[in-house]
Design a binder for this molecule. Structure first.
Ligand SMILES: [Zn+2]
Length: 100
């Protein structure tokens, strides 16, 4: 199955209704590392099973959720969208390590 793709460089810069940039946060960079894995480029529709455990964000609004691999991503009505910003699509932004 193929999905629409979005590179990190061209992703819309999200902001909340308060004008604050909405992005995943971390404190200790030694626990994160860059990855070129293709799973980060896929835009998944609502109600699709997450392929990786981690943090996903709605590409057009910046809403973030955390989920486990195999869980169903939130539905079309998870959060309100103005028609002008398009539909909900989930993109993996931080993938949890699956090393035991
Ligand atoms: Zn959204």
């Amino acid at each position: 199955m193929s999905f629409p793709r979005l590179s990190g460089q061209s992703s819309p810069f999200p902001s909340s209704q308060k004008g604050i940039v909405a992005m995943a946060l971390y404190k200790y960079s030694q626990f994160l590392m860059p990855s070129a894995e293709e799973g980060f480029d896929q835009l998944l529709p609502p109600k699709m099973a997450a392929q990786k455990s981690g943090i996903y964000r709605c590409v057009s609004w910046g809403q973030e959720i955390a989920t486990a691999a195999g869980n169903i991503l939130p539905p079309y009505n998870h959060h309100p969208h103005r028609p002008s910003i398009g539909r909900i699509q989930w993109q993996l932004v931080v993938s949890a390590s699956d090393v035991p």
